[in-house]
Design a protein around this ligand. Structure first.
Ligand SMILES: Cc1cc2nc3c(=O)[nH]c(=O)nc-3n(C[C@H](O)[C@H](O)[C@H](O)COP(=O)(O)O)c2cc1C
Length: 199
């Protein structure tokens, strides 16, 4: 059974990314190979941006999130496309945390666009792995026209919603399989020794 953390990367309160993150959390909570699915919403700005020293309360928040990430077996990152980029709060996560939290754990990238965007955050996240050694699934998800789906409203685009719902189930099944498989890698991993960072 797997513990999953879903991180939503929007800086906006009540964002579409959080809407999608909650929908994914609910699916995982009903998955027979998922023990827990917890959400981290980066729009609350509880985590400070990386700097050289922190206040006591900032350090406490960093440690609280660290223990959540460390006890996670797998991740889902729900990321809006902002000016063709990943928002800064999401990149900051990979400054604050690295191999000890993410190393050799699977992550599903899900991007969100109000229109027909959504590919740039996928590419950018796929290139963000060197020191953390996170393992992105070959599958990813793109929720396009996100304002028209998963609102629980009659006038939603029901065809697109049904397609993305099925596709989400499909990707989450893979996430759970990779999560089972990569536990063996972590259990048998050699020490990092002189190779603390990736090349
Ligand atoms: C600063 C900013 C930049 C944005 N840039 C893009 C973009 O490059 N491509 C795109 O498809 N949508 C863009 N959007 C619109 C988002 O797709 C839209 O806000 C969507 O709801 C996902 O973001 P959210 O999770 O914050 O709601 C941008 C939105 C903001 C606030």
């Amino acid at each position: 059974m797997n513990n999953v953390t879903i991180v939503t990367g929007s800086h906006r309160r009540d964002s579409e990314s959080v809407k999608i993150g909650r929908m994914i959390a609910e699916k995982l909570q009903h998955h027979d190979n998922c023990q827990s699915a917890e959400l981290i919403d980066l729009s609350d700005f509880a985590l400070p941006y990386w700097k050289e020293s922190y206040s006591e309360s900032e350090q406490a928040e960093i440690e609280r999130v660290r223990s959540q990430l460390q006890r996670s077996d797998a991740f889902v990152f729900v990321i809006p496309e902002w000016n063709g980029m990943v928002p800064a709060a999401m990149k900051n996560l990979f400054l604050l945390y690295s191999t000890a939290e993410f190393g050799h754990k699977p992550a599903l990238i899900a991007s969100v666009s109000a229109s027909i965007g959504g590919t740039y955050p996928i590419n950018e996240m796929r290139a963000t792995y060197k020191n953390s050694r996170i393992c992105y699934l070959p599958e990813h998800l793109i929720y396009r026209d996100v304002g028209t789906i998963f609102n629980g409203k009659k006038n939603d685009n029901k065809d697109a919603e049904a397609y993305m719902s099925e596709r989400t189930d499909f990707a989450l099944n893979y996430l759970m399989l990779y999560s089972d498989a990569l536990k063996k890698v972590r259990d048998n991993a050699p020490e990092y020794g002189d190779f603390g960072n990736g090349m």
